[in-house]
Design a protein around this ligand. Sequence first.
Ligand code: ADP
Length: 466
Amino acid sequence: MKKNGNYYSLSTKVAISFSLLSSFIFSVSILALYFTLEYYIYHNNTNFLNNEINIIENIFKQHPDDASALKQEIIWEPGLSGSHYMARIFKSNGEVFLETPGMKKIMPAANINELLTQNHSLLRAPLKANHKYYRMMVKRLAINDKEEKFIVIQVAADITHEYHLLQFYKNYLLIMLAVGIILSSLLSYWMAQWLLKPLRQFIDKITTQSIDTLDKQIIIHPNSDEMHRLLTEFNGMLERIHREYQKIQRFSSDVAHELRTPLNNLLLIAEDYLATTSHQENSREIFHSIIDESNRLSKIIDQLLFITQADAMKVTLKKTTFPASEEIKKLIEYFGILAETNHIQLNVAGEATLVADRTLFSQALSNLLSNAIKYSPSGSVIEITIHSTKTGVHITVCDSGVGISATQLPYIFDRFYRVDESRNTSTGGYGLGLSIVKSIMDIHDGEIRVESELGKGSRFTLLFYY
Ligand code: ADP
């Protein structure tokens, strides 16, 4: 539906639909009312005329040679007050045998063959004569068995009163119909405006919404459950977008920050190198530093690349079936020296067969183990447990280290998020380790869960579903 190149508003469409529907129902009801009344009157007239013809027919059959009884019915009876019918009998040659006085003036005797074409039928449109309306019925009645001798009975009833009543009703109902349609259209328009008011307010509000006002909820007074749900869902969506937007903002600034430090260091080293008079003396040291910083940069870039590729589902999984403990034992061996230096004991318990990308699984567990060692005090124990459930394999890394507070727990899987905000932490991480673990679990359609208490320790669980 278009109006001057623009689409009609929803409220106009709703108003038009309501009004068309109510007008249709109204018209159908009124027409049904009128036709029921018309049919009722028509039916009464037919019964009356049929009845009259039957009376005349019976009299004729019972007294074929005595015209007095017929005269009583055709000539005298219609004259009595309250009677409103006329009757006429034709002979087979077309001559009028008997007729109600005055009938000739109202309904002249017609050709019987012509009349018989309407034999025993009721004409729908009433006959009009002398400002009155009549219904007529004709019947041919055989006198002997061979049918060559017959009479034709013509009966007419005055229906002026019923006719006027119907006309009055017709006009009255037409006026009612017109008023009804106008009223229902006005009401439909008002109803559509009222129903869609919150939607218009909602549109007004979202047109003023910008990236800076994402944290502001849209408040209007909904008038229906659907509108309430739309608002709730929309506000929920705003909140999610706001959260994601904040993450992206934080991520961009973190990327800039993380890359700036090693780059600045590289710059300083290069400047320092150029400033020294004797390049030969400290060049080895300087180049070591350059390599260290470059390694740091390249590590960050590699990890970032992996996370973004995993997010875009661009990492191809090479799934194989292997015993989980096999890979875990290799890692324990690898971390053995580091753990020993920190007087930390690594224990493994349980067994299960895993279907996963072996390298990525090893990478995920290595990140968890390195964290557990980093954040555990000397002399503590780190337990790694493997167990299979009905739904999948659970691998848990449990330490009794520094733990994470409840307020920081929701953010630890965010990129570059570190509990120690100073970034000068001796732990040396970039805040990407857990993001990588989460990405690995996501591409395996698995999950990572964490339970932690500040000062008591943390429990990270990898869930691989069957
Ligand atoms: P990082 O490389 O800095 O360790 P991660 O993404 O691996 O980054 O971890 C994010 C943050 O979560 C860390 O800065 C650390 O504060 C916290 N964290 C991770 N594992 C543990 C753990 N086992 N115990 C205590 N804190 C942890």
